[in-house]
Design a protein around this ligand. Structure first.
Ligand code: CTP
Ligand code: CA
Length: 226
């Protein structure tokens, strides 16, 4: 460190980051979404840019301002997000899936505002495409980073998701812990690799988590397993 002539860690790399919650339409004025703020993903995008990468940020529902020097593609639904990511997938080196994609969406979006009728209303929901799992099945050299926000059994779920989605790293956090999870500026993450738990980071700003995650990623891409 400290050598000014040193090349930035992610120089020449193309990084695709997804952030925020998806919006699944019920009708033109109503939708289903979740508590994701997009802060973690935006912090990762900014950190990747600072480390020299070309960054594409695919953002769902978020109020975060776009970081400097980054192309932001705004999307609504999980399907839109999938299509936006696919456009950049082939020539990307790192894909970071920090978005909170809805698992289910309304089977149909009503073209006009739905009118109030009976005492109960049943919405039929259908499963959305799992973007990360789909990418994991077809990856060719891309370094794939998944996320998992859990309320319980974090270790079990994190390991299961890493394998099922063929991730190179999986970042898990307990959303019930103070200072971690949705909407906060800090996070407490546990990073898993194919070999198991790699790092238990302390309470850090999301900017610092982003930096450490990308440094770990750069080391791993260069074949350093630590
Ligand atoms: N993910 C995705 N597409 C989906 C659902 C999730 O790409 N339709 C990604 C998320 O962006 C995240 C990872 O998969 O990087 C894990 O998301 P999570 O919701 O924790 O996993 P699920 O497989 O949906 O499991 P569950 O919600 O039942 O815990
Ligand atoms: Ca989910």
């Amino acid at each position: 460190a400290g050598d000014l002539s040193e090349e930035p860690l992610l120089q020449g790399k193309k990084v695709v980051v997804t952030a925020g919650g998806t919006v699944e339409r019920i009708d033109p004025v109503r939708y289903i979404t979740n508590d994701s703020s997009g802060k973690m993903g935006f912090a990762i995008a900014a950190a990747a840019r600072q480390m020299g990468a070309e960054v594409v940020l695919v953002a769902g529902n978020t109020t975060e301002a776009p970081p400097e020097g980054i192309t932001v593609e705004r999307v609504q639904s999980g399907q839109d997000m999938y299509e936006a990511v696919l456009k950049h997938w082939q020539d990307s080196d790192i894909v970071v899936k920090s978005a909170a994609v809805a698992d289910y969406r309304p089977k149909t979006a009503a073209p006009k505002k739905m009118k109030k009728q009976g005492e109960t209303l049943t919405l039929e929901l259908v499963k959305t495409i799992d973007i990360l799992e789909t990418l994991g099945k077809q990856k060719k050299g891309q370094f794939l980073i998944g996320f998992a926000a859990e309320t319980d059994q974090l270790d079990t779920y994190a390991r299961e998701k890493l394998v099922r989605k063929n991730c190179d790293l999986l970042v898990a956090n307990d959303v019930t812990a103070a200072g971690a999870g949705f909407g906060t500026d800090t996070n407490i993450v546990h990073i898993y690799g194919p070999e198991g738990l790699v790092a238990d980071l302390p309470l850090l700003s999301k900017d610092e988590v982003a930096k450490q995650l990308l440094e770990l990623t750069a080391r791993r891409m260069n074949g350093v397993l630590s």
